[in-house]
Design a protein around this ligand. Structure first.
Ligand code: ZN
Length: 259
């Protein structure tokens, strides 16, 4: 298999920036949201990060005294025009059961807040969190449990009424379970259209996260918050890049070269 020129170029840029810049923390007007899925040794999940690697990443943030804030706090700062402080926010998509068994104890240890975006149709399936587990995490005050649709569809491909149902019903399920109205939303696959964004906004959510790479800055649209994906292929150097100035340089250079 031969690599396309643009893939080669991307790899080259990644290599350069992620090697040279990680020692520079994010600038004070920015924040980086990290997106995880499963934290486990499962080989059938490309996105799964092993517990050892995840622990090493959290230990790095703690050792560097990086400020880890909740997504709700990030949105509050954006709305209040307060400095983002080069902070980090953690998000976990889908509601995989290891988020409770592995991630929750670790985050308690570090006292790092996080948001879990749950595909509500999967709740109670043995590989996903149960209602009791979600409630316990929510009640801890450390973890925000927010909706990620009922069945994880590509929302942009759905008729408006179906997209509305997917979003609204997943919010209702969590509201009934937790006794509070969810305020954040994650688009499955980071897939959305203008219509999806207006649906989410009109439903009264405070913000929504996408999967576009890059950092949050004062001009970021609250309904298109970028996230930097961390998966099994992410090297430690790349992880450091994604919580530093390197990710911004990489994203702007990528745009320059139309990659
Ligand atoms: Zn998802």
């Amino acid at each position: 298999m031969s690599l396309s020129p643009s893939k080669k170029m991307k790899d080259f840029l990644k290599e350069v920036f992620f090697r040279l810049l990680p020692k520079f923390s994010l600038s004070k007007d920015r924040a980086s949201v990290l997106m995880y899925h499963s934290i486990s040794d499962r080989q059938d999940f490309f996105s799964a990060v092993s517990p050892e690697v995840f622990n090493k990443q959290m230990a790095y943030l703690a050792a560097k005294k990086r400020e880890v804030i909740s997504l709700a706090e990030l949105i509050r700062r954006l709305r209040a025009h307060e400095p983002l402080g080069g902070s980090i926010a953690l998000a976990f998509d889908d509601g995989s059961r290891d988020n409770y068994t592995t991630v929750f104890p670790l985050l308690k240890q570090y006292n790092f807040p996080a948001t879990i975006f749950v595909t509500t149709g999967l709740i109670g399936n043995p590989e996903y969190c149960s209602p009791e587990e979600l409630r316990e995490m929510h009640d801890s005050g450390l973890i925000a449990v927010e909706p990620h649709t009922l069945s994880h569809p590509k929302l942009a491909a759905l008729p408006r009424a179906d997209a509305d149902h997917e979003i609204r019903e997943s919010r209702r399920v969590l509201q009934d379970m937790l006794g509070v109205t969810p305020t954040l939303f994650a688009y499955p696959y980071g897939n959305f259209s203008e219509e999806t964004v207006s649906l989410v906004r009109e439903m009264g959510f405070a913000g929504a996260v996408a999967v576009q790479e890059g950092t949050v800055n004062p001009a970021t649209d609250l309904f298109r918050l970028p996230r930097n994906s961390i998966d099994r292929s992410t090297t430690f150097e790349q992880f450091r890049g994604k919580v530093s100035r390197a990710i911004d340089r990489y994203v702007s250079l990528k745009a320059l070269f139309h990659l």
